[in-house]
Design a protein around this ligand. Structure first.
Ligand code: ACM
Length: 264
């Protein structure tokens, strides 16, 4: 039977450190009746930490206020939610993404490719690229800068992901268009959820977040996209088609790979 999904990439404009209000605002932007909603990277904390102490004050474990609120919302709405948070695990803090199902079960991804000053304060992800059964399909997660490494989306697709959830805080403008290629080359759908607004909490380091949150299909098709300034939901409803890897009677995207000819 064909899987039909109604999904949204949620675009927010958080206020740094105002966790409770940022959660309220983000959850209020999720339309009713969705199977899957994706929120941005670090959606409740904000992005630009001045130092590791500041990060440590805002980091939470999976039983903290952010995941607890996500679980309540997923249970009340019946929507699976993916969202980014600073995740504490003992002495280490990861730039993580969680997937929360309506039954409260929770999956975790820890950002593998850290961007710029993230390298000074976060630990690099150590869970690899796993996939999970959720909302009637197979879902994988990657976070923001992971997009620039085709290995990330490829690893998820090879593991069986049909939908890639991509919480982001993008400052480079070309990711949304590039994600169409990640989707074509892997025959997957991708939800890139970005934020808008500016953070300049470190003198001389102004970050302008570029929005353009979107839902992208496998056939070079952008199913929904917001602009670079608004907050809201990029909503798409689609049958989950065109994710099989057979391209022509003589071409299969997986069988035709030639790892013996690549030097990676
Ligand atoms: C990024 O990885 N937040 C650009």
């Amino acid at each position: 039977m064909m899987t039909r999904l109604k999904v949204a990439s949620i675009q927010t404009s958080p206020v740094f450190g105002d966790v409770s209000r940022n959660i309220d605002t983000a959850l209020a932007l999720i339309p009713d009746g969705l199977d899957l909603a994706v929120l941005p990277e670090l959606f409740a904390s904000g992005y630009q930490f001045r130092d590791r102490d500041e990060l440590a004050n805002l980091a939470e474990d999976l039983d903290g206020p952010t995941c607890t609120r996500l679980r309540t919302h997923a249970s009340d709405s019946g929507t699976t939610i993916v969202a980014g948070l600073p995740e504490r695990d003992g002495d280490r803090i990861f730039n993580s993404s969680v997937l929360v199902r309506p039954d409260g079960s929770t999956e975790l991804y820890r950002k593998v490719h850290l961007f710029w000053d993230e390298k000074l304060i976060f630990a690099p992800g150590d869970l690899g690229f796993q996939v999970f059964e959720a909302c009637g399909t197979t879902v994988g997660m990657m976070v923001c800068f992971d997009w620039v490494f085709p290995e990330a989306a490829r690893s998820l697709a090879l593991a069986g992901a049909k939908v890639i959830c991509h919480p982001s805080n993008l400052v480079l403008t070309y990711c949304p268009d590039a994600m169409t290629t990640r989707c074509i080359e892997n025959r997957v759908y991708a939800l890139t959820s970005n934020r808008v607004g500016v953070e300049e909490r470190i003198e001389g380091s102004r970050l302008e977040f570029t929005g353009m949150s979107q839902v992208c299909g496998p056939l070079n098709n952008i199913l929904a996209r917001l602009d670079g300034e608004e907050t809201g939901a990029a909503v798409a409803e689609f049958d989950l088609v065109d994710t099989d890897k057979r391209l022509t009677p003589r071409n299969d995207l997986w069988d035709d790979r030639r790892p013996d000819q690549y030097s990676l």
